[in-house]
Design a protein around this ligand. Structure first.
Ligand SMILES: NC(=O)c1ccc[n+]([C@@H]2O[C@H](COP(=O)([O-])OP(=O)(O)OC[C@H]3O[C@@H](n4cnc5c(N)ncnc54)[C@H](OP(=O)(O)O)[C@@H]3O)[C@@H](O)[C@H]2O)c1
Length: 289
């Protein structure tokens, strides 16, 4: 089997790539930054220069000779990019497209409508597909590190609403099991972490791990938008505020047994993730762990 991986320099694609290499494969990586990608993976991968914003013809050339594709597209135009990739995949004769999607396709919140358009386009192309509808990543909590570490505070507009963040390792394990182990069945598995938790609870747990008390402050949607615009473009900031509002209103507390069903083991919990990442929260201030 030849695997074509996109997003290999990002959060999930990098974990998927390492797992495939560990299983003895030499995955093909679509990248617009070949030097950066080569620095990360050396000669353990095959680099294929390409751009997910490129044309159907160019992408079909990149996909040639591959059996399965792991697709990560980002941004408000990801639906159009998913469509072009699916058509290019069909042209190139790739058998299975595995798309990292979001649970929010089912709630219509945040980036859900972007991914819903992508899923619909892939379905319409007729290619065999799996849409992995994931909840939000535990690693999103890394964006809390500066404020927890420097000020002992977490501010958000999620109030006491809860969400079942998922460990990135679980997403990667699910992706690899589907890429390598299953006949494509045009499925859309929902995967989440094991337990829905409030941001306050998660911040408290991080504080306990680094030996400080973390105060939780509630932000208005308007203030959350102002903060998000410091690092995100307008469309993404709006999507984030929509997600945070939905958490606050109790609309994103879904817990699924998808990881257990697909991997025959329970999902990792937020405490596991903290143990692995505690250094991001503690190191600069020199606080003991
Ligand atoms: N964060 C969450 O909580 C969450 C939850 C569920 C689903 N998702 C979905 O997960 C996806 C993001 O996954 P991630 O966090 O692993 O990604 P990420 O860390 O944001 O990385 C994005 C990857 O895509 C590549 N890329 C971006 N534009 C490209 C282009 N035009 N051509 C080729 N490559 C391009 C980047 O490569 P370069 O090195 O070239 O920049 C990078 O490798 C999104 O679709 C998001 O909606 C996220």
């Amino acid at each position: 089997m030849k695997y074509l991986i996109t997003g290999a320099t990002g959060n999930i694609g990098s974990l998927v790539t390492e797992r495939l290499i560990g299983a003895g494969a030499t995955p093909c990586l679509l990248t617009r930054k070949p030097e950066k990608t080569r620095t990360v993976f050396g000669d353990r991968v095959e680099i294929r220069l390409g751009n997910l914003a490129g044309s159907r013809t160019d992408l079909a050339d990149v996909f040639q000779g591959c059996d399965a594709l792991f697709l990560i597209n980002i941004g408000p135009h990801l639906g159009e990019r998913d469509r072009t990739c699916a058509l290019a995949e069909r042209d190139a004769g790739v058998r299975h497209l595995v798309k990292l999607s979001t649970l929010d396709v089912e709630t219509g919140v945040g980036t859900g409508p972007w991914h819903a358009r992508g899923e619909e386009a892939i379905r319409a192309s007729g290619v065999y597909h799996t849409f992995i509808r994931s909840s939000a990543l535990m690693s999103n909590a890394l964006s809390w590190a500066d404020s927890i570490r420097d000020d002992g505070v977490l501010s958000s507009s999620t109030g006491d609403g809860k969400i079942a963040f998922i460990h990135p390792d679980d997403i990667a394990d699910v992706v690899v099991s589907i890429l390598t182990g299953r006949e494509p069945r045009n499925e859309s598995p929902v995967i989440t972490g094991p337990e829905a938790l409030s941001y306050r609870r998660m911040a408290t747990a991080i504080g306990e791990a680094i030996g400080i008390s973390v105060r939780y402050e509630t932000l208005s949607d308007a203030d959350a938008m102002t903060d998000a615009l410091l690092w995100a473009d307008h469309a993404y900031a709006e999507a984030l505020v929509d997600i945070w509002r939905a958490i606050r209103e109790g609309r994103l507390a879904t817990v699924s047994d998808g990881v257990q069903q697909l991997l025959r083991r329970p999902p990792k919990n937020f405490g596991d993730w903290i143990d692995e990442n505690v250094g991001y929260f503690a190191k600069k201030a020199g606080r003991s762990q």
